[in-house]
Design a protein around this ligand. Structure first.
Ligand code: SF4
Ligand code: SF4
Length: 402
């Protein structure tokens, strides 16, 4: 089966509301922004406030997941970025400590740190396992504090929730609540890159979380539902941070024409309920390009045309719709496997991909017992081909992977 994606009619059906209303806001619908010129590079910075936390952040910040380069983090902060987003597991668990080395040189009020930990989970159901205890989660928070060399963390995200039950999982909530009361964390967040509307709605209903961190981009079939729940979260006073904002960018294996990152970022910033984007750049040029979005965040006609073209490219971005899960007799966590594939071919982050693969408790033989794969992906991914490709990484010795 070719990776030919959904057809045009399906796409228009799935994003009809987006193209008809939200997808491109006219310039007079976009709220005026608070801006400043930074003396260092004369970079124009647009600030938005992260909900009731009151934290003022640039519209573009750094998601540090794909970078192990402290000089890139320094450059991000020197360029006016403030929020650094990391996790206990990024860069094989070294990302927090690398950031800790950078921030120890700086005043505590000059940066905002968000980190996160994911409780042990059954990847097929999204429910947590018995190992996901309050004590285990407390240990993760304490380990983050130690790695970062901080007395407190600004935002700690309950990471990667994908179903309502997980959002409301008491042992994790209790650990976070106690850490907040003890002054170890200022604000409690929740992150999701799958089944986002359900997760965000549950977070709003809980009245427990201060911040959400969600996938949101121009390629998502369910972008309208995400937009609506983001609006509810913002109305409830929650801070809204977006990741994977460039869902179609750098995410094509053999693209003749690459998808441009700037329009993709601008598309997200059209939504005034989004308070900031964490961009996962890995080079200084990419960083400067991402920052340039704030010079003029309004989409031009050619950028709109580009996005309309790009929205039809299948790329490497799995929608996380879960439609494949019931079709696989082996109950493989296919969305996670597609994410591992994207980390290799999109982000070139082999170690993160391998870590994800090893966390999935996959059988020794993957896809080996099926004469033919019956899975029909909603966007046309040839899932068995991608799985068989990426699964090879599982057996590569870690020391061979930079
Ligand atoms: S692999 Fe396809 S069907 Fe499965 S979650 Fe991703 S987009 Fe949906
Ligand atoms: S080939 Fe792989 S993905 Fe397809 S049904 Fe078999 S085990 Fe599942």
């Amino acid at each position: 089966m070719a990776d030919n994606g959904m057809d045009r009619r399906d796409f228009m059906k799935s994003t009809a509301a987006g193209f008809g209303g939200f997808f491109f806001l006219s310039s007079n619908e976009i709220k005026p922004e608070e801006t400043t010129k930074k003396p260092l590079k004369e970079q124009k910075i647009i600030y938005r406030t992260l909900g009731k936390t009151g934290i003022k952040l640039p519209a573009i910040n750094m998601g540090v997941m794909n970078s192990s380069n402290p000089n890139l983090v320094r450059a991000a902060l020197n360029s006016g970025m403030v929020l650094l987003d990391t996790a206990t597991t990024y860069q094989r668990g070294t990302n927090e400590a690398m950031i800790g080395e950078v921030i120890k040189e700086r005043p505590r009020d000059s940066y905002v740190i968000a980190t996160k930990a994911h409780p042990p989970e059954n990847r097929s159901t999204g429910l947590y396992t018995k190992e996901a205890t309050e004590e285990d989660y407390q240990k993760k928070i304490d380990a983050s504090l130690k790695n970062l060399g901080l007395d407190y963390i600004d935002i700690y995200h309950h990471h990667g929730a994908s179903v309502r039950e997980s959002v409301l999982y008491e042992p994790v909530m209790k650990a976070l609540e106690k850490a907040k009361k003890a002054g170890k964390i200022r604000f409690i967040g929740i992150s999701t890159h799958k089944n986002e509307p359900e997760v965000i709605q549950a977070a709003v209903d809980s009245k427990f979380y201060d911040v959400i961190l969600t996938t949101y981009n121009f390629k998502q079939k369910h972008q309208v539902e995400i937009r609506e729940t983001i609006a509810k979260a913002a109305a409830a006073g929650m801070g809204v941070i977006v990741m994977k904002a460039m869902g179609g960018v750098q995410l094509q294996e053999r693209a003749e024409k690459p998808v441009e990152p700037v329009p993709a970022l601008k598309w997200v910033l059209q939504d005034s309920n989004v308070h900031t984007i964490i961009a996962g750049f890995t080079t200084f040029d990419q960083m400067n390009l991402d920052l340039s979005v704030m010079e003029n965040p309004t989409l031009t006609q050619s950028e709109k045309a580009h996005l309309q073209w790009a929205a039809f490219q299948t790329g490497l971005y799995c929608q996380g719709c879960g439609q494949c899960l019931m079709q696989c007799p082996e109950e493989l966590p296919i969305p996670d496997l597609m994410r591992a594939y994207m980390y290799v071919y999109g982000y070139r982050n082999l170690s993160h991909s391998q870590d994800l693969l090893l966390s999935l408790n996959l059988p020794p033989r993957v896809c080996g017992d099926c004469a033919e794969c019956p899975v029909k992906c909603s966007i046309g991914f040839n899932v068995s081909r991608k799985i068989q490709d990426v699964i090879r990484l599982r057996d590569v010795p870690a020391e061979f992977i930079a």
